[in-house]
Ligand binder design. Structure first.
Ligand SMILES: *[C@@H]1O[C@H](CO)[C@@H](O)[C@H](O)[C@H]1NC(C)=O
Ligand SMILES: *[C@@H]1O[C@H](CO)[C@@H](O)[C@H](O)[C@H]1NC(C)=O
Ligand SMILES: *[C@@H]1O[C@H](CO)[C@@H](O)[C@H](O)[C@H]1NC(C)=O
Ligand SMILES: *[C@@H]1O[C@H](CO)[C@@H](O)[C@H](O)[C@H]1NC(C)=O
Ligand SMILES: *[C@@H]1O[C@H](CO)[C@@H](O)[C@H](O)[C@H]1NC(C)=O
Ligand SMILES: *[C@@H]1O[C@H](CO)[C@@H](O)[C@H](O)[C@H]1NC(C)=O
Ligand SMILES: *[C@@H]1O[C@H](CO)[C@@H](O)[C@H](O)[C@H]1NC(C)=O
Ligand SMILES: *[C@@H]1O[C@H](CO)[C@@H](O)[C@H](O)[C@H]1NC(C)=O
Ligand SMILES: *[C@@H]1O[C@H](CO)[C@@H](O)[C@H](O)[C@H]1NC(C)=O
Ligand SMILES: *[C@@H]1O[C@H](CO)[C@@H](O)[C@H](O)[C@H]1NC(C)=O
Ligand SMILES: *[C@@H]1O[C@H](CO)[C@@H](O)[C@H](O)[C@H]1NC(C)=O
Ligand SMILES: [Cu+2]
Length: 572
């Protein structure tokens, strides 16, 4: 449903005096999501899933930059629910961001909530997903932001645009899988398949007819909007015999970058141009995991779909791309570091030179005390529970009120503002000899956040630790894009590594895969008051506590102050 609103840019008045060529057009794009049970068949069995309007992936939402999006979410499912609009800046609309107990209490079964926000200052591919338990495995869809009318892409207009959602599938109810692991403190079951636009593809049992197909015309260029909607795995994505040209990541334009492989962490998006310039035939597109944690079991299967040239005369066996090895960190690192921001984009903001808040944050796994009575043991290492932390604070979500309500109404006792700017203990962070060091491996639950002044510039060095094991963690920041200034392996060394900062054309993202056993440096300007979660986008690590939040204070004016919540904000 679309209501056309033309805000004539004072044209009627100005036109009397001068020719009026510029006007601002903006629309209100309105949709309803009906979230409910749906039984579908995958991998030879029937499975009840939670889905929006019965579809997997859910409906793609299309807006133009500058539009206002209104989505009425009706929760007809048996679970508590929220929807997060991943990567949307939510300028002064923090009440619509969505993470459970961060910006709202969940929408309970039988209830509804309307998300309303303006999408401005960003273009490209984002997505929406549930932000409660593991429901996002099936409750997700594309959010496509096109240039506003009369504006164009910073690349030739593609013939067609195609969302490619990479997903992860369990032969089980995902909420049960998560809860079973949390009850015992063990690692959850791995998935049974990966999917392309909801289809596993013909390498899996009973899936020959559940293979995504894309028809292309020879000579035409397609914009593939690749979204990693998997829960716990980074993915390599390739198309046989074809190169791809990256033009945007996380809805921020990039310098064109030609590659034969896309590497993408959960939460990240990659827009690529694909030109159908090969012999008319059939070609597989395929994705398999980039599994950076050594020695840890993972879903090592491969999903694939088929690209069919319309001009192909005979149905031929599609050509399969050679995918990188699961542990091919050099390929992942090359892709992640070669991308640069497009400084000529109208949305480009150079990184701030002056930094107000310097933070050094260790990220990684650990253990928390089993906590069961009568000396019972838990399912994690040493009979304890798997845990995860930032600067040794393992994040515990509140459960009586959201942090944003606590901020707005000044309610005490919900969070504390003592999240440390540096790790409480300095150690050889990435030395594998420390992986099970009993003196440092334990961590405690708390709800520590970092409070910052409006519009301050924050620089964060993320440092992976080797506790339990090293792994690439995709860290997602709500409410802001950040510049990625540098990335590397081992312990961050300011004397050497500061010299590597790219302050000219760094890539801009909302989710950064911090290199396995390494570090990454980001910078952002906190120009949006509210409570903004920052967390690992592997759903196995988020409930273990790999999170914190920024409480950004209001600015000096009404237009820099968070408005009150909408009247239908769910109550706890
Ligand atoms: C979802 O389904 C409802 C009920 O059938 C319908 O009114 C609505 O338009 C659908 N929304 C989308 C985004 O397709
Ligand atoms: C939805 O599915 C869940 C899990 O299978 C089941 O417990 C519940 O009864 C179903 N609810 C409805 C309304 O069908
Ligand atoms: C996890 O996997 C085990 C082994 O395959 C299986 O027995 C168990 O039912 C699974 N748990 C859940 C919650 O699906
Ligand atoms: C796939 O579809 C074809 C054509 O409809 C049918 O002949 C075949 O039996 C199907 N295969 C499977 C495994 O369902
Ligand atoms: C995937 O893992 C299973 C069991 O761990 C192993 O048997 C199989 O060979 C692996 N497959 C690939 C493609 O590595
Ligand atoms: C691209 O990555 C390779 C391998 O990591 C590196 O040698 C090269 O300098 C990078 N190029 C750019 C432009 O970043
Ligand atoms: C629990 O363990 C402690 C120390 O090992 C031991 O002293 C105590 O008797 C145990 N308690 C029970 C109920 O097993
Ligand atoms: C790990 O410990 C072993 C045995 O003490 C030692 O030889 C090795 O140098 C250590 N590795 C590192 C990276 O410190
Ligand atoms: C983390 O805190 C715990 C106490 O909660 C302590 O035992 C441990 O040594 C600390 N570890 C690090 C790496 O700071
Ligand atoms: C935030 O700071 C930047 C850089 O100092 C400045 O250009 C901008 O006007 C400030 N924004 C607000 C809303 O104060
Ligand atoms: C759903 O949310 C309500 C309100 O916050 C809470 O009381 C209830 O325990 C939640 N239910 C589940 C299954 O988490
Ligand atoms: Cu993680």
């Amino acid at each position: 449903m679309r209501h056309q609103i033309f805000l004539l840019f004072a044209c009627t008045i100005i036109a009397i005096f001068a020719s009026c060529s510029s006007y601002v057009s903006a629309e209100v794009v309105e949709h309803s999501f009906h979230v409910q049970n749906r039984t579908i068949t995958r991998l030879c069995r029937r499975q009840v899933i939670t889905a929006v309007n019965g579809s997997l992936p859910g409906p793609a939402i299309r807006v133009n930059e500058g539009d206002t999006l209104v989505v009425h979410v009706y929760n007809l499912s048996p679970y508590n629910l929220t929807i997060h609009w991943h990567g949307v800046f939510q300028l002064l609309s923090g009440w619509a961001d969505g993470p459970e107990f961060a910006t709202q209490c969940p929408i309970r079964p039988g209830h509804s909530y309307t998300y309303k926000f303006k999408i401005t200052g960003q273009e490209g591919t984002l997505w929406w997903h549930a932000h409660v338990s593991w429901l996002r495995a099936t409750v997700h869809g594309a959010l496509i932001i096109r240039p506003k009318k009369g504006h164009s892409y910073p690349f030739p207009k593609p013939y067609r645009e195609v969302p490619i959602l990479l997903g992860e599938w369990w032969n089980a109810n995902v909420v049960d899988v998560e809860n079973a692991a949390l009850a015992t403190g063990s690692a959850p079951n791995n998935s049974d398949a990966y999917t392309i636009n909801g289809w596993p593809g013909d390498l899996y049992p009973c899936s020959v007819n559940q293979t995504y197909k894309l028809k292309v015309k020879h000579g035409k260029t397609y914009l593939l909007r690749i979204i990693n909607a998997a829960l716990n795995n980074q993915l390599f994505f390739k198309i046989a015999n074809h190169k791809m040209k990256v033009v945007a990541v996380d809805a921020a334009y990039t310098d064109p970058y030609v590659t034969d492989v896309v590497v993408t962490g959960p939460g990240q998006t990659t827009d690529v141009l694909l030109t159908a310039d090969q012999l008319p035939a059939s070609y597989y597109m395929a994705a398999n995991p980039y599994a950076s944690a050594a020695g840890v079991p993972f879903d090592n299967t491969t999903t694939r779909g088929i690209i069919v040239y319309e001009e192909a005369l005979l149905a031929s066996t599609p050509i399969m791309p050679i995918l990188p090895a699961f542990n091919d960190t050099p390929t992942a690192h090359k892709f992640f570091t070669n991308i640069t921001g497009l400084v000529t984009s109208p949305f480009w903001n150079p990184p701030s030179r002056k930094v107000d808040e310097h933070m050094f944050i260790t990220i990684g796994l650990g253990l928390t005390a089993c906590g069961k009575s009568r000396n019972a043991t838990c399912g994690g290492p040493n009979g304890q529970r798997f845990s995860a932390s930032m600067n040794n604070a393992s994040f515990q979500f509140p459960d009586k009120i959201s942090m944003l309500e606590a901020f707005f109404y000044n309610v005490g006792g919900v969070y504390t503002t003592d999240f440390p700017d540096k790790p409480p203990l300095k150690f050889d962070y990435t030395n594998p000899n420390n992986s099970m060091n009993p003196a440092i491996i334990m961590t405690k639950k708390s709800t520590k956040v970092k409070k910052i002044k409006f519009n301050s510039t924050v620089e964060i060095v993320f440092q992976n630790t080797a506790l339990i094991g090293i792994e690439n963690h995709p860290i997602h920041l709500h409410g802001f894009n950040f510049h990625v200034l540098a990335q590397g392996f081992g312990n961050y060394n300011p004397a050497v590594d500061r010299k590597k900062f790219n302050l000219v054309n760094p890539q801009e993202r909302n989710t950064i895969g911090v290199p396995v056993g390494g570090w990454a440096v980001i910078r952002f300007r906190a120009n949006n008051p509210g409570v903004w979660l920052m967390h690992c986008h592997l759903d196995v690590h988020l409930p273990w506590g790999l999170a914190t939040a920024f409480v950004v204070e209001n600015g000096p004016t009404l237009s820099t102050t968070l408005p009150p919540p909408p009247p239908d904000l769910p109550k706890c």
